[in-house]
Design a binder for this molecule. Sequence first.
Ligand SMILES: [Mg+2]
Length: 241
Amino acid sequence: MPDNIINNIKNIIEKEPQLFLDYDGTLVPIVNDPSNCYADNELLYILKKLNYYYETFIVTGRPLEDIIRFIGNYNIIALHGDIYFINNKKIKTPDFDKFVDICNDLYKHRSYYTDKFKNLRVYNKTGGLLFHLGNVKDVNERNDIVKFVEDIADKNSMDVYNGINIVELRMPGINKGNSIKNIRNKNRPAIIIGDDITDEEAFYYNNDAVTIKVGNTKTIAKYRINYNDVRPLLLYLINLK
Ligand SMILES: [Mg+2]
């Protein structure tokens, strides 16, 4: 674990930092079956302890129900910020229901795109629509799917997000960055950890925070660690208390 992260954390620990942790690729490995990403015992232990000592939020692109099923009841920012689950209370952003309807309709007619792209998997995130490219090996087909999703986004005034093996239709104007910013205690520092392109927005909108990128891809985060160093870092945070 890099010394400079440890030093920075030691400097802010007295000010009770809030933690904002991505899930997939940060707390659990990226797998090809997104429906089966249950937290293992070690992670459950880490989350329980972290949440006890720090104000902790899981910030994910997943639907709220998914993440509660995987980890239990914690503070969660779901669907990149369409839905907040704070102290066991669910808060929806305005317009959320309108986009749930749009996504339900697009999902209902999914054969229109799954017939065309045989290896494409589509998941209705209710409020978002996920196009999974994990089984799409052909580069041209991948590019065609991205163009196709951009076109649907245009027609429905939605945003497109590109992630690792995924393209996603999302509610417009909502991202992890402004979601975290909205919920932060402005008088306290924050530690934000994430691995994906959507986490870059979290880093961008919270540039005063201790921002930590997981993995080797391009980042604006202050620090970078490997996936295998995330849990040791979180255990280190627990042990500081
Ligand atoms: Mg991630």
